[in-house]
Design a protein around this ligand. Structure first.
Ligand code: HEM
Length: 135
């Protein structure tokens, strides 16, 4: 009694440390490293503090005009979102910009149909997408 058990395993020693840049994530996932302060939890806090937006209609032409990083909008399932604030928080990084200025629904669903855009981006809604001839 009192002596250390020579057969005891040291759980920490049994799991070798893998440097982050050599880590392989199963299923070929493509998450990018985010800057400190830009985690999803940070986004959820920032998003919660935003005011509720005033929702309006957005013509396709106007959506197309918002494709720069500074003024980036995308449409998902008929709703137009201002994604400029979110880019630095996006776990998939700059890929998000592929959807800027257009309907991003198929790209969104291709990478993560399970992501709940409503809870994550509700306060970034600009409005409902309508055709250019909408009156
Ligand atoms: C406003 C729209 C979007 C939101 C709110 C969003 C949100 C997210 C979230 C929460 C994750 C982490 C998912 C997880 O951990 O399971 C993620 C990952 C990712 N997103 Fe997005 N995303 C958006 C649009 C897009 C678009 C348009 C693309 C592609 C063009 C894209 C590509 C990716 C990729 C490649 C990942 C990493 C997937 C992985 O390897 O796990 N996302 N996004």
């Amino acid at each position: 009694m009192g002596d250390a058990d020579p057969n005891a395993t040291n759980a920490q020693a049994a799991i070798p440390a893998v440097p982050a840049d050599q880590m392989k994530v199963s299923g070929g996932r493509q998450k990018v490293p985010l800057k400190p302060g830009f985690s999803q939890l940070d986004w959820i806090r920032k998003h919660a503090a935003l005011p509720m937006p005033r929702i309006r209609t957005v013509k396709l032409e106007e959506l197309r005009a918002h494709q720069s990083r500074e003024f980036a909008w995308t449409a998902i399932r008929g709703l137009v979102y201002d994604i400029s604030f979110y880019i630095d928080f996006h776990p998939g990084g700059d890929k998000l910009m592929l959807a800027a200025g257009k309907d991003g629904t198929s790209l969104f669903d291709k990478y993560h149909a399970w992501v709940n855009i409503d809870s994550l981006m509700q306060k970034c809604v600009v409005g409902y997408l309508v055709s250019d001839d909408h009156r």
